[in-house]
Design a protein around this ligand. Structure first.
Ligand code: ZN
Ligand code: ZN
Ligand code: ZN
Length: 86
């Protein structure tokens, strides 16, 4: 399944989602988000690609942290670099 992406397997569940789950940047900009994603490298919470702010993607672009996970259910992961689910 994860051929070509070593990131997702390397980062499986190393970080637990924080208790407060909101996109801080959306909050400070006064916009709404649709769903949240958590960076598996540092625990940053940002909004998904369907949200106006795209803050999870912006976090990847700024930090190069490749893998995020759907929160709060942790049902799937996404590698921005390889553009694949895991
Ligand atoms: Zn990858
Ligand atoms: Zn946001
Ligand atoms: Zn990060």
């Amino acid at each position: 399944m994860n051929q070509g992406c070593e990131h997702i397997d390397n980062m499986r569940d190393k970080i637990d989602p924080p208790n407060i789950q909101e996109c801080e940047k959306c909050k400070s900009e006064g916009i709404n988000w649709i769903a949240l994603r958590m960076c598996l490298t540092c625990g940053h919470i940002g909004c998904c690609d369907s949200s106006t702010g795209l803050h999870a993607r912006r976090h990847f672009e700024e930090s190069k942290h490749p893998v995020m996970i759907e929160v709060p259910n942790k049902s799937w992961r996404w590698c921005y670099e390889h553009k694949q689910y895991g």
